[in-house]
Design a protein. Structure first.
Length: 179
């Protein structure tokens, strides 16, 4: 059974890695669709919690995928998902960069690069919306979500302030019986 799960995780994340224009955050809706909606391996809340945990850790966003693997299949799941999420995309990026180096002056390459920026941003916005729905379980969660977004969007404040403030708000809400 575990071998079937590991194989399924490998193929799912290998396929996702090949379309991860904009990075791990951009394909989060697809990961959510597969792990929460299609297979039911994770609840929406657990998915959001693991993603949030990964975002508070230093390092690349793809660490969230490794945490999903750990949650579903332990150390073997972490290893399988990490390799599946990194190897195909890494090999494709290497091959494409070599080809682009030879065709750097092509008008089609310039158009492709121009199209990828708004595409990646749109995918990241979709990820934010999906995570907001999963995290907004109650009024304190919704307030912290909106406040953190506003802080980052409208100020030059370090995002660590949002993390510390959100943690403090949830501790206070829990003590008051609100969360």
């Amino acid at each position: 059974m575990k071998d079937d799960l590991l194989a399924s995780l490998f193929w799912r994340f290998a396929a996702i890695s090949l379309v991860s224009v904009g990075g791990a955050t951009a394909v989060l809706p697809e990961v959510h669709r597969q792990l929460v909606e299609e297979t039911g391996w994770l609840s929406a809340r657990r998915f959001a919690d693991l993603f949030a945990l990964a975002q508070t850790a230093p390092g690349p966003n793809v660490i969230a995928f490794s945490l999903f693997g750990w949650e579903l299949a332990g150390l073997a799941g972490l290893a399988v998902v990490t390799v599946a999420a990194l190897a195909p995309a890494g090999l494709l990026a290497f091959a494409v960069s070599r080809a682009l180096g030879r065709a750097a002056q092509s008008v089609w390459i310039a158009r492709l690069k121009a199209a990828l920026t708004p595409l990646a941003i749109g995918l990241m916005l979709a990820s934010g919306f999906l995570l907001t729905q999963a995290a907004g379980r109650n009024l304190p969660a919704l307030i912290v979500t909106v406040a953190a977004a506003a802080l980052v969007i409208f100020t030059r404040a370090n995002p660590l302030i949002a993390i510390a403030g959100g943690a403090g708000a949830f501790v206070a809400a829990a003590r008051l019986g609100l969360a």
